[in-house]
Design a protein around this ligand. Structure first.
Ligand code: A2P
Length: 329
């Protein structure tokens, strides 16, 4: 069993290595690849040094599984080349998510969308994964009609560039390679991904499309994506309109009994989820669970998670585990 991590030097790639180690996935060989500038450099995994290679060299190694987090361009260029050699590619970028031949998977929700012939599997966007961890079990119970989502996304979602920009600006220095078109320090930027002619951004469109692909649904979804000066952890305000009537205590019970979800909701004690407490945790935290009194079957939630873990690395490693266990590779 050979596992490759493509983009192993990046923020998500590094977290993937950490999660692979924690989960004690059993494999014989680890292949690590990154861009030209990193070739030959060493990285540590389980106290052993591994030498970074090019993506082309990694293809030659014919890994059983390749987990990609090196941007959409790299995935578009190389994922099929791995797949043609029998590798299962788990891709963290947006490159393949819209391809209807490619399953888009949150294992707790739709692992069964993966079949043995799917050699490219897409990891959804971080905001979609975390929001759906809370919304999917409620959809199953009460059928969601409409979602209104506002995100409060940390800079780690933009990789090292985002982290560096915030760190520079906090020191009073202007970043020479900024991730955002404006200062992020002491600011809030209502802009994630490119704008389309509709006035929405790419990150907003992802929430709409990915929700319905994963749930096999036709839910009306609208979103506003906002970047905030937080290093790690995405938060989302989620307003849900259901088809069916619900009981608030039952909603809390459903969420409390959902694996991977932790209810953190005791307003009288100031207990609600915040990015600072989600840091380096795999669970998705849900709080501020309350009725939306402006409509008949409405609910408001506040959802927080570590975007680099469940929003990216952990979800990808869970998919790898599913493939190993179910396809006996
Ligand atoms: P490198 O460190 O060599 O640039 P982040 O999103 O945190 O910036 O990480 C991006 C990851 O994708 C890094 O591991 C980076 O490697 C890798 N990467 C970027 N461009 C390429 C490319 N053209 N081919 C392979 N890996 C790439």
């Amino acid at each position: 069993m050979k596992i490759a991590v493509i983009g192993a030097t990046g923020v998500v790639g590094q977290k993937m290595l950490q999660v692979l180690e924690e989960q004690n996935l059993s494999f014989d060989e680890l292949i690590v690849a990154a861009s030209e500038k990193s070739i030959g450099k060493k990285i540590l995994f389980k106290d052993k040094e591994y030498t970074l290679m090019s993506v082309e060299q990694a293809i030659e190694e014919c890994p059983n599984i390749a987990i990609f987090s090196a941007g959409a361009g790299t995935s578009l260029k190389y994922a099929k080349k791995f797949a043609e050699r029998g590798t299962y590619v788990i891709d963290n970028s947006s490159a393949w998510r819209k391809d209807m031949e490619v399953p888009l998977v949150v294992p707790e929700i739709n692992a069964s969308d993966i079949n043995i012939n799917n050699h490219i599997i897409a990891n959804p966007n971080c905001t979609t994964i975390c929001m759906l961890m809370a919304v999917a079990p409620l959809h199953k119970r009460y059928k969601v009609k409409r979602l209104v989502i506002s995100t409060y996304q940390s800079v780690s979602g933009s990789g090292q560039k985002g982290l560096d920009q915030l760190a520079c600006e906090q020191r009073g220095v202007t970043s020479d390679n900024p991730a955002y078109p404006h200062q992020i320090h002491e600011n809030v930027i209502p802009h994630g991904g490119d704008f389309s002619e509709t006035g929405y951004t790419a990150e907003e469109d992802k929430l709409v499309f990915e929700t319905n692909k994963i749930l096999h649904s036709d839910i009306a979804v609208t979103a506003t994506v906002v970047r905030v000066p937080v290093y790690g952890g995405h938060s989302e305000s989620v307003n849900i309109e259901f088809e069916q009537q619900f009981d608030l205590d039952e909603v809390k019970e459903v969420l409390s009994n959902t694996p991977g979800v932790k209810v953190y909701d005791n307003p009288s004690e100031n207990i609600y989820p915040m990015p600072i407490m989600a840091y380096d945790k795999d669970e998705v935290f849900v709080g501020r669970i309350r009725r939306d009194f402006s409509i008949e079957k409405g609910l408001n939630l506040w959802v927080v998670s570590d975007n680099i873990r469940k929003g990216a690395a952990t979800n990808a490693v869970q998919i790898a585990k599913y493939i190993i266990e179910n396809f006996k590779i």
